[in-house]
Design a protein. Structure first.
Ligand code: SF4
Ligand code: SF4
Length: 288
């Protein structure tokens, strides 16, 4: 959770940084100076979690925090911040930390305004709901479930915080993409090749679907989850019951992209779109 292993003064994107974090070869929270993630701090847990809405909230929190003369009354900061938010939480039981902000002058990196590397104080994160220890020690499933090649693919391709955080936390989307491309290629992706411009372009073309998916449900979801009776559940697609056909070969991707289809023709159109993006990457990989 925003484990700032070091400052990122160089802008080399997608470089593997062995040993940047204990046990983890790639620093997913703060991979380089072009982007970062704060998803587990509740960044996206708003009814309106569009790029515009989140840029406004994070910018407002940053401005308020930077205007503080001291850190002596963070409750006053919190109260003031709450009066400036018109958005509503998406999942009530998930904490939206008040201390997410932009941590660089260019406002390209989201992160923790209370982090010791920002404030010089190791105890301030006890002012948040999780407390300093959890904030320091948390590593999301992206660290444990994604392979190094999968992690590097996202880091190499996505260069802005909004899309980056959406993708790096979507395990199904990334793993399924890799399963399809590696099956088609008949070999494992070599991480060293992922910085090639053609491949980065094809990867970004696929991952960008996360922000601009034409079959996105009108119902407000976050990835594969929707909110129901104080719980969040997976919004599955029942192909058999609705259209009498077997599950799509792209089912996990379709669910991750928050799909909602009114007819089978839409399912097939979505599959064609995914097939085209996957094929484009496979061709680029095979030809470069
Ligand atoms: S969701 Fe994962 S990558 Fe993002 S800030 Fe949290 S621990 Fe880091
Ligand atoms: S204090 Fe808030 S923003 Fe900082 S790491 Fe903890 S949850 Fe995230």
């Amino acid at each position: 959770m925003n484990n700032y292993s070091r400052h990122h003064d160089d802008c080399t994107p997608a470089a593997p940084r062995p040993g940047a974090l204990p046990f983890h070869p790639v620093d997913l929270c703060q991979p380089d100076c072009l982007k970062s993630c704060a998803a587990c701090c509740g960044l996206y847990n708003w009814q309106d979690h569009s790029r515009t809405a989140l840029t406004e909230i994070v910018g407002m929190q940053t401005d308020l925090f930077l205007a503080l003369e001291s850190y002596d009354d963070l409750d006053a900061y919190r109260r003031l911040r709450n009066t400036r938010i018109s958005n509503a939480k998406l999942f009530e039981t998930i904490y939206n930390c008040e201390f997410i902000g932009f941590i660089d002058n260019e406002r390209r990196r989201v992160g923790c305004l209370l982090h010791p590397s920002v404030t010089g104080d190791h105890t301030l994160r006890n002012h948040c709901f999780y407390g300093a220890r959890i904030c320091h020690e948390h590593f999301c499933p992206g660290y444990g479930c994604l392979t190094t090649a999968e992690q590097l693919a996202v880091v190499a391709a996505v260069q802005d915080w909004y899309l980056y955080g959406l993708v790096i936390t979507d395990i199904d989307l990334v793993k399924e993409f890799f399963r399809h491309i590696e099956n088609a290629l008949g070999e494992s992706i070599k991480p060293a090749r992922l910085s090639q411009p053609e491949l980065r372009c094809a990867l970004l073309d696929f991952f960008s679907l996360k922000e601009a998916w034409p079959f996105k449900a009108a119902e407000n979801r976050l990835g594969k989850y929707y909110f129901s009776a104080s719980e969040y559940a997976i919004a599955r697609i029942d192909y058999r019951a609705r259209w009498g056909v077997p599950e799509s070969r792209f089912d996990k991707i379709l669910v991750s992209l928050e799909s909602d289809f009114s007819c089978l023709a839409q399912v097939r159109a979505a599959e064609s779109l995914l097939h085209a993006k996957i094929t484009a990457f496979v061709k680029a990989y095979a030809n470069t």
